[in-house]
Design a protein around this ligand. Structure first.
Ligand code: PEP
Ligand code: MG
Length: 577
């Protein structure tokens, strides 16, 4: 039995045999003296099949993940019809008179290299997509199976170096128990897709996992980022029992998903969701979310060649707000920088991008970008309960400056006779320790706080949130982080304001008792966790939890904090992981 620590990518427990997935190299041979007409017809037929496959993948992606992920496949479909590329293929076919396979691949590779060399990062990034499409068409021409799970006969855990978006979408879910990659972090494509699909996943587990013997039983604990290779029977039994318990509790919780979460003594926090687009919005409503605690607007800006216009943003925000009617929707203004880049936005290279011109810092030096978004948000607010939130705030002057832009946009719209909702609440994310420490000062200036524990933990502990080697440090259960959370909630209450939480901690069952005890007003999490956390909150007594939180905040280590909650609130331990 061996424990391998990776990065928690998507919660859930999977137990099963290893299926080592390696992308096979296609062997493309050349046959001379072929009839160009026949070869061209073969290509046309392969392209048609490819388009059919891509449409299926696109529709599957739309259903199972966010729209931004699905759009990649729209580009793939376009590539199968690219007139310039096909013209090159036709000319070369006439000239060489060989079979189509080497010619199509050669032209696609040339096209991909031209894109890669372009000064526009969006197009450069599309070069990999051209090769993805080329491989698909070649596989069809050669009659080679395309899915990573082709050849898989029994439900297994996929182990791979990394998985592309196409790989992840094409996994046959009936045969995939979860996946584990040597590369990748919490924010990698595969991890984001896994969470959308509800599959257990561990990323960044290192090359060691690539040598796990095919067929060997492993346990994947996606919530903890742990892989247990060759576990003994007792360990398997423990995990199995736990996974089954969690599954039953989830089924039970979903039955009451649309009822409020009120503690035994009447404390009623709001339980909302983190979403990125309208498909996430629909999912959240289905799981009983009472609103949106975090609308990550940056997805709207990604995977496209230029900035979305005010009108495009307005349409996108409106569509999301309509899903929620009068329920509150907290729109976070653009959080770009750090690990999230926009290909068309030229930014100075930075030594430490997470400590650089990120999020609100960028918006304040690019009022053109900021105002476009604010105007779109204000316009979309009519008839809804929209709230605006600024990410990565460190100082009071940043808040004041950001609010000036909101007011400026309000005045502009008024002059132009364009309506917007009055009394929109304006708040900030508390994810930099400076903001948490000065929450009593910032609280005067804002309507609400939302604690971003993903960044708050990384900045408090000086530990990269995507680095498996320091995952034990960038842990929101660290007493230092919990103390900051307590102070922020207390500071907001001093002014009669509210505090929410949209970092991952809000959806952690073991954290719920502590957060109830600290008086958190709003919990926001991935949609599938909403019914689970609601059910857990209903079992608690807020006064008892207050005493528990006080005790937890005196602990020295994350293990002591977790153990305390496990012992005192077995209902939370039961749905952990
Ligand atoms: C956070 O930092 O906790 C947060 C919710 O924001 P993001 O994960 O998008 O940085
Ligand atoms: Mg953050």
């Amino acid at each position: 039995m061996k424990k391998i620590q990776g990065v928690a990518s998507s919660r859930g427990i999977a137990i099963g045999p290893v299926f080592q997935f390696r992308r096979s190299e296609l062997v493309i041979g050349t046959c001379e003296n072929q009839d160009p007409f026949t070869e061209w017809k073969r290509l046309e037929s392969a392209l048609e099949t490819a388009r059919g496959q891509i449409t299926q993948v696109y529709e599957k992606a739309l259903k199972e993940t966010d729209q931004s992920q699905a759009e990649i496949f729209q580009f793939h479909a376009m590539m199968t019809e690219d007139a310039d590329l096909l013209e090159r293929v036709k000319n070369l076919l006439e000239e060489r008179r060989t079979n189509i396979e080497p010619i199509y691949m050669e032209v696609c590779q040339g096209y991909a290299s031209e894109l890669a060399a372009m000064d526009n990062e969006y197009f450069a990034a599309r070069s990999a997509d051209v090769l993805d499409v080329a491989n698909r068409v070649e596989r069809i021409l050669l009659g080679v199976a395309e899915s990573p799970t082709a050849g898989l006969k029994v439900p297994s855990i996929i182990v791979a170096d990394d998985l592309t978006p196409s790989d992840t979408i094409l996994l046959d879910k009936s045969l995939v128990l979860g996946f584990c990659t040597a590369q990748g972090s919490t924010t990698s494509h595969a991890a984001i897709l896994a969470r959308g699909l509800g599959l257990a996943a561990v990323g960044g587990a290192g090359n060691e996992v690539l040598s796990l013997a095919p067929g060997m039983t492993i346990i994947l604990d996606g919530g903890k980022g742990v892989v247990i290779a060759d576990p003994d029977q007792a360990t398997i039994a423990t995990y199995r029992q736990h996974a089954e318990q969690v599954r039953l509790l989830q089924v039970e919780a979903q039955k009451h998903a649309h009822e409020p979460a009120i503690t035994r003594d009447g404390f009623k926090p709001e339980v909302s969701s983190n979403i990125g687009d309208v498909s996430g919005a629909k999912k959240a409503v289905g799981f009983g979310a009472e609103g949106v605690g975090l609308l990550r607007t940056e997805f709207l800006y990604m995977d496209r060649p230029s900035m979305p216009t005010e009108e495009e943003q307005y349409q996108a925000y409106k569509a999301i707000l309509q899903e929620f009617g009068q329920m509150p929707v907290v729109l976070r203004t653009l959080d770009i920088g750090g690990d999230k880049e926009l290909p068309y936005l030229k930014m100075e290279p930075e030594m430490n991008p997470f400590l650089g011109v990120r999020a609100l810092r960028l918006c304040l030096i690019r009022p053109d970008i900021f105002k476009t978004q604010l105007r779109a948000a204000l316009r979309a607010s009519v008839g809804h309960n929209l709230k605006i939130m600024f990410p990565m705030v460190a100082t009071l002057s940043e808040v004041r400056e950001a609010k000036k832009y909101v007011n400026l946009c309000r005045e502009e719209l008024k002059k132009e006779g364009i309506p917007f909702a009055e009394n929109i609440e304006v708040g900030i994310m508390v994810e930099i320790p400076a903001a948490a420490v000065c929450a009593d000062i910032l609280g005067r200036e804002v309507d609400f706080f939302s604690i971003g524990t993903n960044d708050l933990s990384q900045y408090t502990m000086a530990a990269d949130r995507g680095n498996a080697g320091v995952a034990h440090l960038s842990d929101a259960f660290q007493p230092s982080v919990l103390r900051l959370i307590r102070d922020v909630i207390n500071a907001s209450h001093k002014y009669g304001k509210w505090t929410g939480m949209c970092g991952e901690l809000a959806g952690e069952p073991l954290a719920a008792p502590l957060l109830v005890g600290l008086g958190l007003d709003e919990f926001s999490m991935s949609p599938p966790m909403v019914p689970v956390i609601k059910a857990l909150i209903r079992t608690l007594d807020s006064k008892e939890m207050k005493a528990l939180a006080e005790e937890a905040l005196e602990k020295e280590t994350v293990e002591e904090v977790r153990d305390l909650v496990r012992r005192r609130v077995p209902a939370a331990a039961a749905v952990e992981g």
